[in-house]
Design a protein around this ligand. Structure first.
Ligand code: DGJ
Length: 377
């Protein structure tokens, strides 16, 4: 190898090593590991943040270094400034009871904790997959706690909206859905298949037992009403469902967003009266181009926009905007009216080492969200 070629590869190796090397730096830098006060990378993925009193709590998937099933549970960290984080341990722990919903080896994903002012409980909703059954259970699970750091009591898991039609689906459309048959369609993505999906083929498939619920978030509107937004119907269609006042159940009112659009990782923010939904496509752990929708009401109608991401992740592998800078969203947290888009840069081989990416959301003169790379938010 020529001398300057050798120097170049040495430099490339050192850069790659630096990006993954633990650092004691207190201030989180996008594209690098984020250390808690003990010097460990923050193992809280797919989660969210709440403020309670003068403290922020960050909940997320505690992921193993190897493998992808849940060995510990949902982790929680606390901070006074959103930058220095203390590990508060496992907020909701897996159990060792064979056959239990949350038996070690199940999959807990995308936990979202919200505080219910009426019941004074911290309520956690998360995507649950049962041990040994891959991603087929597709359930939402509920847990609650009197304290933000837990321990959360596991309550139950369920499919959603069993035997219910979307509130805005008329009788004629319901009839058309009932004439579909998902078992007939082995080939996806043909124009004929697409027509059937739009008629509600996958809604009808799970009508009796309840709709699937995988990637999810929870949104609390200004009037205190809470909504569960989830990727359903084989990840093809998003569902927005109203939660009961205690946030522990569904009222039965729901509708579909972008049927057949294959959106997941939903993140939502309301800005100047408009609801903005930012999602990803479905490519497993690999990044893809984000999708954005807006609506004047949580019940739609939703209009699709181009991705809000622009530019490149300068300094982080120069990942382009059309790959969401290598990340997938998990939540939008607003601090003093300034929204932060929280995302995970998944590390499929070592999920616990997946990086965090927080970027400010700016609203242009036209009121449309724009997200650019910054090293520090
Ligand atoms: C993408 C989802 O957004 C993640 O939460 C996780 O379920 C992975 N797929 C699994 O492949």
């Amino acid at each position: 190898m020529k001398k300057n070629q050798w120097m170049k590869s040495l430099l490339a190796c050192s850069m790659a090593l630096l990006a993954y090397m633990p650092t004691q730096a207190q201030e989180p830098v996008n594209g690098q590991l984020w250390m808690d006060v003990d010097g460990n990378h923050i193992n809280a993925h797919g989660g969210n943040i709440i403020q309670y009193g003068d403290t922020y709590y960050w909940y997320g998937e505690n992921r193993p270094y190897r493998g992808f099933t849940t060995e510990e549970g949902v982790g929680v960290y606390s901070s006074k400034d959103l930058k220095t984080w203390k590990n508060e341990g496992i907020a909701l722990a897996v159990t060792t009871e064979a056959g239990d919903d949350i038996e070690r080896g199940c999959i807990m994903e995308r936990p979202k904790v919200v505080y219910n002012k009426k019941t004074r409980k911290f309520v956690m909703l998360f995507h649950l997959e049962l041990k040994g059954r891959g991603y087929e259970a597709a359930r939402v699970a509920f847990a609650e706690s009197d304290s933000p750091t837990g321990p959360f009591r596991y309550l139950r898991s369920t499919r959603v909206n069993a035997k219910r039609w979307p509130f805005d689906m008329n009788k004629k459309a319901q009839k058309a859905a009932q004439q579909t048959d998902a078992s007939k369609w082995k080939d996806w993505w043909t124009p004929e298949w697409r027509k059937e999906v739009e008629k509600g083929m996958y809604l009808w498939k799970d009508f009796q037992g309840g709709q699937m619920s995988r990637d999810m978030t929870v949104f609390i509107d200004d009037d205190g009403k809470a909504y569960h937004i989830t990727s359903s119907q084989e990840n093809l269609t998003l569902l927005v469902s109203e939660l009961t006042d205690d946030f522990l159940d569904f009222t039965g009112k729901y509708n579909m967003v972008a049927p057949g659009g294959q959106n997941e990782a939903p993140c939502i923010i309301k800005h100047d009266g408009t609801y903005w939904l930012i999602c990803s496509g479905c490519t497993g752990w690999a990044p893809n181009e984000a999708r954005m929708f807006s609506a004047p009401s949580i019940w739609g109608p939703w209009k699709q926009w181009k991705t809000p991401f622009v530019g490149t992740a300068t300094g982080y592998r120069d990942m382009p905007a059309n790959k969401t800078f290598g990340a997938q969203g998990t939540y939008i947290y607003s601090k003093d009216g300034k929204p932060i888009f929280m995302a995970d840069i998944w590390n499929e081989r070592h999920l616990s080492q997946s990086l965090h990416l927080w970027l400010p959301i700016e609203f242009g003169a036209d009121g449309v969200p724009v997200i650019k790379w910054v090293d520090k938010w």
